[in-house]
Ligand binder design. Structure first.
Ligand code: ADP
Length: 338
């Protein structure tokens, strides 16, 4: 579904809802007017007699008087009907306008969600198409003619690399779509962040060495938060992995853990940095700053990090200067159960 189709569905849903609101209003108005008209009609004879004779209504009326009274009652009925219909008409016109406005307001969050999902789907398909076409080209070229064992090995290694990339994208997409649809299952408990950080660092140490980077740890003895160990490790991995990816050889990365007054995890690097406009967008799905496009990535890591941070009721602040480096600080809520 493209943006135009989702806009058409939104307008269609808005009109349908407006029709429903108007139908309900029309039914209420009809019942109300009918009740008013029949209660008024009962008084018409009295009103006409009072108008014509005051308090001295004669016991018997002449034929002419009776015809005149009947005509007056008919006229009164007609005027009442016209007045009621005009008032109902005015109310219906205003009601229709108000219904259209309210239908728009009611459907607005759904419309925004629909648009986001459409965009998400388009971006996801685009990201999946790149490794798929790379795989197609590599295998097609390899199949065209007989090759040496070494050449086949290179092809298989390229194919494997693309498959790993595809697998990561699919996993990230699945994670985000689950987080959207069912929310992340909250099984929070007291977690010490220190071993979580050590664990993540152990996983990424080979990458740090491969990129000629220095990694400094400045950790308090114990930093307890209310959290989910696996998700917290995933969060630390995303942030350190980014620091590695976006820092040039010879640079350094520092991971700090502070316990008081609130638990804070801070990951700083001396990398390429970001400007203010970019910082505002980095948590959006598939966003990648221009100067980081030469580095492999999809733009989903920080979106996942954001959902993990929200799950822990934590906050993230980013300070960054182009060419000097960035620091990402996650401030967790104070946790008393030590
Ligand atoms: P990916 O790294 O796969 O592109 P992320 O969602 O993790 O996706 O990051 C989004 C973008 O934010 C990156 O493409 C990069 O432009 C920017 N970014 C993230 N971390 C850093 C960092 N430590 N230094 C500079 N830029 C960063």
């Amino acid at each position: 579904m493209n943006t135009l189709t989702s806009q058409v569905s939104f307008t269609h849903a808005r009109i349908t809802l407006t029709v429903w609101y108007c139908s309900i209003l029309a039914i209420i108005l009809f019942i109300f007017s009918l009740a008013l008209y029949s209660s008024q009609s009962k008084d018409f004879v009295r009103i006409v007699l009072l108008q014509d004779f005051g308090n001295n209504t004669p016991r018997t009326l002449t034929r002419i008087e009776r015809t005149e009274i009947l005509q007056q009652i008919q006229a009164l009925r007609q005027t009442t009907r016209v007045s009621l219909l005009s008032i109902d008409g005015i109310i219906m016109v205003f009601g229709a306008g108000l219904s259209f406005f309210l239908a728009g307001k009611t459907l607005q969050p759904i419309g925004i969600m629909l648009e986001k999902q459409t965009q998400f789907l388009a971006d996801a398909s685009h990201e999946l198409r790149t490794p798929l076409s790379a795989l197609q080209t590599t295998t097609e070229v390899a199949l065209r003619s007989e090759r040496s064992l070494n050449e086949y090995k290179t092809v298989i290694s390229d194919v494997h690399e693309e498959i790993v990339r595809l697998g990561k994208i699919v996993n990230d997409l699945l994670y985000l779509s689950r987080a959207d649809s069912e929310g992340i299952q909250k099984t929070l408990q007291s977690v010490d962040l220190v071993p979580v950080v050590h664990d993540a660092v152990r996983t990424l140490e080979p990458l740090v060495k491969k990129n000629d980077l220095e990694l400094h740890l400045a950790l308090s003895e114990k930093v307890i938060v209310h959290g989910d160990t696996d998700k917290l490790k995933q969060l630390v991995l995303i942030l350190i992995d980014n620091a590695i990816k976006y820092t040039k050889k010879g640079g350094s990365i520092t991971v700090q853990l502070v316990e008081k007054p609130k638990p804070i995890l801070k990951i700083s690097d001396t990398g390429i940095g970001l400007d203010n406009a970019e910082v505002k967008q980095i948590f959006q799905r598939f966003y990648r700053a221009d100067r980081s496009r030469s580095t492999p990535g999809v733009g989903l890591g920080l979106a996942i990090a954001k959902s993990i941070i929200e799950m822990h009721n934590a906050k993230i602040t980013v300070k960054s200067t182009v060419g000097k480096g960035s620091s990402f600080s996650i401030i967790f809520p104070f946790h008393s159960a030590h």
